[in-house]
Unconditional design. Structure first.
Length: 172
C-alpha cells in the first residue's frame, strides 16, 4: 500500500501503541496471585500465550517494515530546491535552528554594555566598572539572522511538502 511519510509515521505510532498495549495486557494477565484457600480458576485472567506471542511478533514485524520503508524513503528522496535527501534535511534543519539561535543572541547585543556581574554569575565586590564590547558587526549578525530565519522556514516548508505529498510503498 502507498503512504506519504506523514501517513507512514502515523501508522508507525499506531503500531507501536498497539504493541505497548499488548505488552501491558500480557504483563497483567500472564501471571496472577491466588490467596490460600481460593480457587485459582475463579480468578484466572484470560490469557493465551501462543496467541499473545504471535500478535506481538506480527506487530514487531510490521513496525520493522514500516521503519525500513521510511528510512529508505528518507535516504533516497531528494527535497526540491535543496538538493539534499530527507535524511540530510533532518540534520540540516537542527543546524539551521542552532545557527538561528546564535545569530539571534549576537544580533540582540549592544555594541557596548556595562558588565554588572562578576565571573560565574556572582556579583563582584570590586568597584571597577567593566564593559563588554561586541567584537563583530552587529548589523551583519542581524542580516545573518534574517537570512537563516528565511532559509529555515523554506527548508521546513519544503520538507513538509515532500512528507505530505510524495508517496512510497510499504508492504505489510
Amino acid at each position: 500500500m502507498k503512504y506519504t511519510s506523514a501517513e507512514a509515521n502515523k501508522l508507525l505510532r499506531e503500531k507501536n501503541d498497539m504493541l505497548r498495549q499488548n505488552e501491558k495486557k500480557e504483563d497483567l494477565s500472564s501471571e496472577f496471585i491466588v490467596s490460600l484457600g481460593e480457587d485459582p480458576e475463579s480468578v484466572r485472567p484470560e490469557y493465551d500465550y501462543a496467541a499473545a506471542q504471535s500478535e506481538m511478533n506480527r506487530l514487531a514485524e510490521e513496525i520493522r517494515k514500516i521503519k525500513h520503508a521510511i528510512n529508505l524513503f528518507n535516504a533516497t528522496t531528494v527535497v526540491p530546491d535543496f538538493d539534499m535527501t530527507i535524511d540530510e534535511m533532518l540534520v540540516y534543519i537542527p543546524q539551521l535552528t542552532a545557527a538561528k539561535a546564535k545569530y539571534e543572541q549576537m544580533s540582540s547585543r549592544l555594541p557596548k554594555q556595562r558588565r554588572d556581574e562578576g565571573r560565574y554569575g556572582r556579583f563582584s565586590s570590586s568597584n571597577l566598572v567593566e564593559y563588554i564590547y561586541a567584537n563583530y558587526n552587529i548589523a551583519e549578525a542581524e542580516e545573518d539572522y534574517q537570512k537563516i530565519s528565511r532559509t529555515l522556514a523554506k527548508a521546513q516548508t519544503a520538507l513538509d511538502v515532500v512528507n505530505n505529498t510524495v508517496q512510497f510503498e510499504i508492504e505489510l
